[in-house]
Design a protein around this ligand. Structure first.
Ligand code: C5P
Length: 319
């Protein structure tokens, strides 16, 4: 049976990946670029409620506030937005949509449904223009990885893709979350472009996620997976889903767990084919998806036709 069908049933595993992807995963394991060493326990059988409560307890959303070194000595308290992200939108949103960039969302006709949410989260350089029927056109928050800021090909300063919305950037620090080391040696230098952008557009809310949040998310995935997961940060998709679980009462996620339209087309807006985009090689994406599958509610037919799963917001949960 296909990985997707196994994902729906909650029983996918890494040995279902193609030999090429399995080899890539092995290589990332032995490289361990971010110095991950996990000493926690592993559980395979936690029920939905316990899993959700563990996520709420262990992965608290956090952005750089400029209070810690080296950022405090560089005057970052004045650079970051005055309101923390958790308080920016007042009491938060009641309904939210997370729109992954998967090719499977093409021809879905989901645009109207997506836009009917109070807030819509999108990723990286995923456009809405020309794809409104399938992905909608409302963007409340965009999560961007550090490559978007660092690589001139994205025209981060001038492109309308990044205007009129809240921006949330991230870059993986060392697993030990040494901020000085991270500042000196980020994966892609996001710090300089971030400062420039903040000075140029001070009114636009723009945050950098604290790497502690990123690695807490990783820890939760590993803690609930028996196999060793890739020692690399979770995908933007997983980060965005958990971010919205902090900001919203209910989160609808589209085409993260693939629908019947599942395809090797990496992104809906590019003609590039690679199964790694949906199943992961660098990121522990398959394990992230198994975890989301375990905590979702929502019908099987929504999953088949819309690639939609519904997750509860942390605020509404009693633990
Ligand atoms: O490729 P990019 O990281 O910009 O895509 C945003 C997120 O959407 C990914 O991090 C991943 O979680 C999800 N995605 C997916 N399947 C795809 C493409 C993206 O699940 N084919």
């Amino acid at each position: 049976k296909s990985v997707v069908h196994r994902l729906w049933k909650g029983s996918a595993s890494v040995d279902m990946l193609s030999p090429r992807l399995q080899k890539a995963v092995k290589d990332y394991m032995s490289t361990n670029k971010h110095g991950v060493s996990y000493r926690g326990r592993r559980h395979a059988q936690r029920n939905k409620k316990r899993l959700l409560c563990e996520m709420k307890r262990k992965a608290k959303v956090k952005t750089l506030d400029g209070e810690e070194l080296p950022f405090s000595s560089l005057g970052w308290q004045k650079i970051v937005p005055a309101l923390p992200l958790e308080r920016l939108h007042g009491t938060g949103f009641s309904s939210c949509a997370v729109v992954t960039s998967a090719g499977a969302i093409l021809h879905s006709g989901l645009g109207k449904e997506i836009d009917s949410h109070d807030a819509v989260l999108r990723f990286n350089s995923a456009p809405t223009k020309g794809y409104e029927r399938d992905v909608g056109n409302k963007t409340t928050i965009r999560i961007i990885n550090s490559q978007i800021l660092a690589n001139p090909s994205h025209h981060f300063n001038s492109s309308s893709l990044y205007k009129n919305m809240t921006l949330v950037a991230w870059d993986p620090a060392p697993y030990a979350v040494n901020l000085r080391k991270w500042y000196k040696n980020p994966d892609y230098n996001l710090f300089t472009p971030y400062m420039k952008y903040r000075k140029k557009f001070p009114a636009q809310p723009f945050y950098i996620l604290h790497p502690r949040f990123i690695w807490q998310l990783w820890d939760v995935i590993q803690a609930n997976t028996l196999e060793d997961i890739q020692p690399n940060p979770p995908s933007s998709g997983f980060i965005g889903i958990l971010l919205m679980m902090w900001l919203c009462d209910e989160v609808d996620v589209y085409e993260y767990i693939p629908s019947l339209r599942q395809t090797d087309l990496c992104h809906y807006h590019e003609r590039y084919y690679d199964a790694a985009c949906t199943l992961g090689a660098y990121h522990p994406l398959l394990y992230e998806k198994i975890l989301i599958q375990r905590i979702k509610h929502g019908s099987e037919s929504d999953l088949r036709t819309k690639g939609k799963v519904t997750l509860p917001g942390f605020r509404t949960m009693r633990c």
